[in-house]
Design a protein around this ligand. Sequence first.
Ligand SMILES: [Zn+2]
Length: 60
Amino acid sequence: MPERQNPKSQPKKPPRNKRSAETIAHFACAKCRKWWTIGDAPTQKKIWHCPWCGTEQEII
Ligand SMILES: [Zn+2]
């Protein structure tokens, strides 16, 4: 018989968890026009490389 919670206990509550928030930045390559996203991208970082074509570009 599989182990179960004590049937006399309170109605089973769902497990508790926390939410987290993330800011997603979308970039579109100036050369190949493909786009990519970075979670919590630092805003002070201005030079990025396109992951598709490798072009370095300044993000304003
Ligand atoms: Zn590109």
